[in-house]
Design a protein around this ligand. Sequence first.
Ligand SMILES: Nc1ncnc2c1ncn2[C@@H]1O[C@H](COP(=O)(O)OP(=O)(O)OP(=O)(O)O)[C@@H](O)[C@H]1O
Ligand SMILES: [Mg+2]
Length: 274
Amino acid sequence: MTPVLEARNLVRDYHIPGSLLKRARIVHAVKGVSFAVDQGKTLAIVGESGCGKSTLARIVTMIDPATSGEMLIDGEKVDIARDGLTSEMRRKVQIVFQNPYGTLNPRKKIGDILSEPLIINTRMKADERRDMAMAMLKKVGLEEKHYGRYPHMFSGGQRQRVAIARALMLNPRLLVLDEPVSALDLSVQAQVLNLLADLQDEFQLTYVFISHDLSVVRYIADDVMVMYYGEAVEYGSREEVFSDPKHSYTKTLFAATPRADVDSIKARLARKAA
Ligand SMILES: Nc1ncnc2c1ncn2[C@@H]1O[C@H](COP(=O)(O)OP(=O)(O)OP(=O)(O)O)[C@@H](O)[C@H]1O
Ligand SMILES: [Mg+2]
């Protein structure tokens, strides 16, 4: 099976210009990272602040160029070093950020936020767009009455549902989720994680899930990549990485993690619903 996403030796250097008192320097944010994700699977990328996770997310979503390396989507090479990207390629990969409030236009109603990608990228008629937006609202656990409301009228968890709905409007091949639940309360985290898992099952979605929280990773991931100063120091199936961490950094990371377990939250939610 051809992976949905294949990254080969991705490198990203940032050139920091000098000033009168400081010399110019280069930050090696990502130092040659390779991975692949099959359809319907989740690769979790973990690591401490500044290790290059978001840089990688921006390369994969084609927001930022890579300095070097190769990327293939459905086996087709993407021009990540330059701007020769087609909108066709771009729409195959969508991103959800940690803080949806920053990315949802506060002056637009939810319905318009969801329809916007369709206006730009398709020839759908207004009523078709509306139907699709309504259907997507329901898919992410919101209701038709939310269609005409503004982002500030929603809770954090609901806003993240809107961001997920918007990301799915163009039927992407890959969803990159950069700390999508980190700003939410624990019980809301579990609900959004369950939603992502349900959507993945229903649409055979492929995820790159970035997190610094190992209990979340343990719950959501098929494969895990641990990054440390721009390098992938560990990469394997969730079972491999969790049961037998190889790198000394991963061992320290695991030892230092409190076990606020998403499984127990999930069980609690299930009990509540019963
Ligand atoms: N636009 C930029 N210009 C210069 N340096 C940058 C830029 N973006 C990121 N960096 C640097 O690249 C490195 C990796 O940053 P990145 O944001 O990818 O880390 P991260 O793993 O996402 O961290 P966090 O967990 O805090 O979100 C850091 O040293 C950061 O300072
Ligand atoms: Mg980041």
